[in-house]
Design a protein around this ligand. Structure first.
Ligand code: SF4
Length: 193
């Protein structure tokens, strides 16, 4: 059975998740405990998209639960979001070895899952966390350092890039601009809500 039409025929996230959990479309699947599909409100108006799972996420099968995830939780709460009411996922659903950035062929292989997640959830606002999500959801040459905080729009969905929380753990000086970005994200969210 051809794979893309199979995704298109998924009417809900559970069907899509079941296919994704069995996926072996790229080499990342060989070294992981499991696929980290994503979690949150299936009717969320806002989706956060990161890069790929890390060790903690791979172990527990949930996105953004390690150190970067805990920081994201704090930022979400401070900005006025409830984690259960948003949807959180990544470009690549399997953990790259050593937490490296997914290779182009791996991100390409996995991207259709994200596209179908977006089609099924129908968010009004997408937040790209880091460069990889920014390049896949906005344009391929985008640099998050240049476009962060700007509002883009595709297919009626507003898209805002900001730094990945892991970048804040490496460089605390980025916290100020990320906080500005999240205030803007919340303002836009309230407008669409
Ligand atoms: S990273 Fe994505 S495409 Fe690759 S095996 Fe995992 S789920 Fe499939």
């Amino acid at each position: 059975m051809d794979w893309l039409p199979q995704l298109d025929r998924c009417d809900d996230l559970k069907q899509l998740r079941d296919i994704c959990l069995r996926c072996r479309r790229c080499g990342l699947r060989e070294n992981v405990r499991g696929v980290v599909f994503g979690e949150g409100d299936p009717q969320a108006k806002i989706m956060f998209v990161g890069e790929a799972p890390g060790a903690d996420e791979d172990r527990l099968g949930r996105p953004f639960i390690g150190a970067a995830g805990q920081l994201l939780d704090k930022i979400l709460a401070a900005a006025g979001f409830e984690r259960e009411k948003v949807y959180i996922t990544n470009i690549a659903k399997c953990r790259p070895p050593g937490n490296r950035v997914p290779k182009k062929e791996e991100a390409e292989a996995c991207f259709p899952y994200l596209i179908r997640q977006i089609e099924l959830i129908q968010p009004r606002l997408l937040v790209c966390l880091g460069t990889l999500a920014t390049q896949y959801l906005i344009y391929r040459e985008a640099k998050v350092t240049v476009v962060r905080g700007q509002v883009f729009e595709k297919g009626g969905i507003k898209i805002i890039p900001t730094y990945h929380p892991a970048a804040l753990l490496r460089d605390a000086s980025k916290k100020k601009v990320v906080w500005q970005d999240f205030q803007q994200i919340k303002k836009l969210f309230d407008q669409i809500g």
